[in-house]
Ligand binder design. Structure first.
Ligand code: G6P
Length: 371
């Protein structure tokens, strides 16, 4: 009913709007007496200190949350981080031992491939930490440590608030590791946590662009394909934006690392092709920002219709943006928490305009428990 959907036409829009709460609830209680705390920890502090390699294994949007977290965990912990699709990880012969930490990210905690990846990792003596939105699900039950996301039940098949909560939880895992390893001073961990705590308000602010983005979505509904470009943490955001559009609008969509433009994607640019670009901060990442501006000018010169997600006050990119969505200025590593939101809205509105069921896309299931 409309009431269940909080007055919205579909659950996904309600869940998009619940994202500030999903983040706040996920962070709550995880920084106590100056330390990051997990929910369940059956790994000793010593073993956490001894971790020398991290794998993040997951499927779908959860996999993208891992790709985002790689940038933060490597930076904070000085540990190599590999992010793998669970369905590939479990059929390879990944190099694992007791000093490997495998982070299994799953909203449902029941995804078959992720569960099997957990079992494989444990059989190889790796430590497994689950990031999960469902209390007592199979994946957390079989893991050595658990951090629950508190996004609340997610009805829409395409993940939104659980995805944002997964990014926040993965970051807490990174801070817990940095704290155990001493690669960050306690006051630095405290500062990072405080920055995370400021994100619900930033996400709330970006929600004020929903109506503008829905208008844009209606204009794009007849497109044949949409490309998404980003770099650094904006790259996995581009992948997530493309996945949302495929899932919901059954439209061909692809995400690319902007630096790869000249290695292929630019050949796809033709008159009128919509290209969504996730811009880094002009201040926080000036060099990457300049490179992206140059990329946009090139694709615009070739006739692309540019849809730019950029920090508010980013005047350098404005001349190259056919459509501009402004997001609040936040620390670089946290930008995915705001830049993903317009892409979710865009995909949902394009799907709605095309007459599709936003909450129940064809052929997809909320939780893939058989391979
Ligand atoms: C399905 C859902 C996605 C989700 C993925 C992984 O494909 O449609 O939204 O990201 O499964 O699910 P999990 O429960 O493991 O996070």
């Amino acid at each position: 009913s409309a009431a269940e959907k909080g007055g919205h036409e579909y659950f996904m829009l309600k869940e998009i709007e619940e994202q500030p709460d999903a983040l706040a609830n996920t962070l709550r209680g995880h920084f106590e007496a100056g330390k990051i705390v997990l929910d369940e920890q059956r790994i000793s502090e010593q073993d956490l200190r001894d971790v020398d390699k991290v794998f993040v294994v997951a499927c779908g949007s959860a996999y993208h949350s891992g790709l985002v977290a790689k940038y933060a965990i490597e930076h904070w912990c000085r540990l190599p981080v590999e992010v793998e699709l669970a369905s590939e990880f479990r059929y390879r012969d990944p190099v694992l031992d007791r000093d490997t930490l495998v982070v299994a990210v799953s909203q449902s905690g029941e995804t078959a491939d992720t569960l099997e990846a957990v079992r494989h990792a444990r059989a190889q003596k790796a430590r497994v930490l689950a990031v999960c939105n469902t209390n007592g699900a199979q994946i957390p039950r079989e893991s050595d440590a658990v951090l629950y996301t508190h996004a609340g039940p997610e009805i829409g098949v395409a993940s939104t608030k659980a995805f944002l909560a997964q990014i926040a939880a993965n970051y807490l895992v990174g801070l817990a590791l940095a704290q155990a390893r001493g690669t960050k001073y306690p006051d630095e961990v405290a500062r990072e946590f405080a920055e995370l705590e400021a994100m619900p308000a930033a996400v709330h602010k970006v929600l004020s662009t929903v109506d503008q983005v829905r208008d844009m979505g209606r204009k794009l509904a007849d497109s044949k394909a949409v490309l998404f470009l980003g770099r650094h943490v904006g790259f996995p955001v581009a992948l997530e934006g493309a996945l949302k559009l495929k899932e919901l609008a059954y439209m061909h969509a692809e995400g690319f690392a902007a630096g790869e433009l000249k290695h292929g994607p630019i050949a796809l640019i033709e008159e009128g092709l919509p290209v969504v670009v996730v811009m880094p901060s002009p201040k926080g990442r000036a060099m990457l920002h300049a490179k992206l501006v140059s990329n946009i000018s090139e694709i615009q010169a070739r006739g692309a219709r540019t849809i730019v997600i950029a920090e508010e006050g980013d005047d350098r990119v404005r001349p190259f943006a056919d459509e501009l969505v402004e997001i609040p200025a936040v620390p670089t590593l946290l930008q995915p928490l705001v830049s993903t939101v317009p892409l979710q809205v865009l995909a949902a509105e394009i799907a709605r305009t095309r007459g599709y069921d936003v909450d129940k896309p064809r052929n997809l299931a909320k939780s893939v428990t058989v391979e």
